[in-house]
Design a protein around this ligand. Structure first.
Ligand code: P6P
Length: 334
């Protein structure tokens, strides 16, 4: 038995591809390697964020080295646009940082994939050294090549159409977690060799948890069924004592829910009556991972993955977690 878990994420993706798509061209694994490369570049910047801040700006926008100091999420966005833009099989990219989809100038005719991402979700937490994350969602471009569709039409597909989704959480360690529709696997970045090595094979969400995760400051403006549900969990009448954990970074809050179970909720609030989280690059990839790990993801009325998107940056309510906690929530929402 080797001392190190030598299964890298690249190897895993290739094996997945061989098993699921024998004879495939390998372009899917080439695409995912563009994402893993970009996230290693982002991790390097996130890990030194404080230093940049200390260096600060010698003058407007420049640090003492004369470099242009950019917000980390802009840097993260550029890393993903560059690393994916030159893969040769990406037709369109869409980002939380860009108002409109980005058409990859090359290969528009041959580009197979659409990649949607939140380059640095929760970036406001960086200043206080709290975990942040990159979230991505991969779709295929429309199967009818003869039917012209605008880049936005190629992006606005329901979550059920995702061929892969995942995130990188820049936490106490840097972890890459993804699904290609055949379960969820987690990889930890070994900085010594710059490779993601398998650390969490076949992740399944516990069917019953003991943690609820919600921003309690908004509770007074939640619709009543949510308030009653949370009161029920706190009362001990749900059969166990629950703890409350809320990091305020979706990737970190979901990662804990994926591994430990329980429920994460972002219900409608007075400031966000349709929910705050973004459908295309937060809720959909998270929902795909949750369902692949035997969990549940809904907006309170339907599966997140079934929602027909109307706009790139539309928001949604997100209720995601273990089957027991979500089935109970559905009883309160009826
Ligand atoms: P609130 C971060 O800004 C984010 O988009 C998610 O990562 C996180 O779950 C949510 O917003 C936190 O929102 O209103 O609780 O600060």
């Amino acid at each position: 038995m080797s001392t190190f878990p030598m299964m890298t994420v690249q190897q895993h993706i290739l094996e997945e591809q061989r098993r699921l798509r024998p004879g495939a061209s390998g372009d899917f694994s080439w695409l995912l390697s563009g994402i893993t490369l970009a996230t290693k570049m982002i991790a390097a910047q996130v890990r030194r964020a404080g230093l940049v801040d200390i260096a600060g700006a010698a003058d407007e926008g420049k640090n003492v080295q004369g470099e242009i100091v950019q917000k980390l999420d802009v840097i993260a966005n550029q890393a993903l646009l560059q690393c994916l833009g030159n893969r040769g099989n990406v037709a369109v990219m869409a980002s939380e940082e860009n108002a409109e989809p980005v058409v990859v100038s090359r290969d528009w005719e041959n580009g197979t994939y659409v990649v949607i991402f939140d380059p640095l979700d929760g970036s406001s937490n960086i200043d206080v050294n709290v975990s942040v994350g990159t979230i991505f969602s991969i779709l295929r471009r429309s199967p009818e090549p003869d039917k012209y569709r605008t880049p936005l039409e190629d992006v606005l597909q329901p979550g059920l159409k995702q061929v892969a989704a995942g995130y990188v959480v820049y936490g106490s360690s840097t972890m890459f977690v993804y699904t290609a529709g055949n379960g969820v696997n987690g990889f930890t970045l070994d900085p010594a060799i710059g490779a993601y090595l398998i650390s969490h094979p076949n992740i399944t969400m516990p069917a019953h948890g003991s943690i609820y995760s919600v921003n309690e400051a908004n509770a007074d403006s939640f619709p009543e069924p949510y308030r009653k549900y949370l009161a029920h969990l706190k009362s001990g009448k749900a059969g166990r004592q629950y703890s409350s954990r809320y990091i305020g970074s979706l990737v970190a809050d979901f990662h804990r829910t994926l591994l430990k179970g329980g429920v994460f909720l972002y219900p409608p609030t007075s400031s966000h009556p349709k929910g705050k989280l973004r459908l295309m690059y937060e809720a959909n990839p998270i929902a795909f991972l949750a369902e692949q790990a035997q969990g549940v993801a809904t907006d309170g009325t339907r599966r997140i993955l079934e929602k027909p998107p109307e706009s790139l940056h539309e928001r949604t309510t997100l209720l995601v977690g273990s089957r027991t906690e979500l089935d109970l929530l559905k009883q309160f929402l009826k």
